[in-house]
Design a protein around this ligand. Structure first.
Ligand code: PAF
Length: 275
């Protein structure tokens, strides 16, 4: 496994793979890798000959009061995970924005609600860094986790709209044995907070198991089970357009973001249509 830090060297490596007829798979990350990330690397390996994992904590997607400065890092652990899961390259640039960088990519419709409502500028930061990473890494395909469902939808839209030529493959959300969706931020949770954080997946499972077709009743069912300090949103949205639904008449997703202590957690589950 190679570690590449310069964007130019990264592009050169990738162009060699293209010339040799090898398919390049890509998993962008911000590091502090867990089993959820490892499953994305495995998935990329099923779709490509060589897998590149990028590790870059992207300042553009953090708000002024967010955890950029204390975002967890573990370079040695991350490299070991990438090696174990068969990555060919770990791309770890010190910065991705050279002097004079002046472009911002935005996907306004899909970015407005849900996490976009509480994190102004976040998805512009994500779309901008992913577009730039695609330009540097030149992947044939890239994997994005379904845990960040809105992010996945935005990247799919951007990639199609800008004809970036990268196949986007969704990676299923991975949970701990107790049901908590894996996240690098779970390490911030104390024991009581972790216990209460489990109410997120409990609420979503109850919503999925219920037969209720009306979203208002379904939502109330989930709300009654939450033990969080602050709710950002609990919505049932169309799985394609992310529009809020009133009836479960098409494939949908229940999506949830909440704070437990000062830790912001997100989770989601697919919901089948109910006649
Ligand atoms: O999902 C993430 O970890 C980040 O948003 C991403 C896609 C690596 C962009 O910085």
């Amino acid at each position: 496994m190679q570690v590449i830090t310069s964007p130019q060297a990264m592009t050169a490596w990738s162009l060699e793979q293209w010339a040799a007829g090898r398919r390049v798979g890509f998993v962008p990350t911000m590091g502090y890798l867990h089993q959820g990330h490892a499953s994305l690397v495995d998935l990329a390996g099923n779709h490509a000959d060589q897998v590149v994992v990028s590790i870059y904590v992207n300042p553009l997607q953090f708000g002024p009061d967010e955890d950029l400065d204390r975002y967890p890092r573990d370079t040695q652990g991350d490299l070991a995970t990438c090696e174990r899961h068969g990555a060919a390259v770990v791309f770890m640039p010190s910065t991705l924005y050279p002097p004079g960088f002046g472009t911002s990519v935005s996907v306004p419709g899909l970015s407005q609600g849900l996490c976009g409502a509480n994190r102004p500028g976040h998805f512009e930061g994500v779309a901008t860094v992913v577009a730039r990473l695609f330009g540097i890494v030149r992947p044939h395909m890239a994997v994005f986790g379904e845990k960040d469902f809105q992010q996945l939808a935005i990247i799919q839209r951007m990639t199609e709209d800008l004809a970036l030529g990268v196949e986007i493959v969704p990676g299923p959300l991975v949970r701990d044995a107790d049901g908590l969706a894996l996240s690098s931020r779970n390490r911030y949770l104390g024991p009581d907070q972790r216990r209460r954080a489990l109410s997120l997946s409990r609420a979503l499972r109850a919503m999925r198991a219920s037969k209720l077709p009306q979203v208002a009743a379904l939502r109330q069912l989930g709300l009654d089970l939450l033990e969080v300090d602050e709710l950002d949103y609990l919505e049932v949205v169309c799985a394609r357009s992310l529009e809020p639904l009133e009836h479960l008449d098409r494939p949908a997703r229940a999506v949830l973001a909440a704070r437990v202590g000062s830790t912001r957690l997100i989770d989601g589950m697919a919901l089948e249509p109910r006649p």
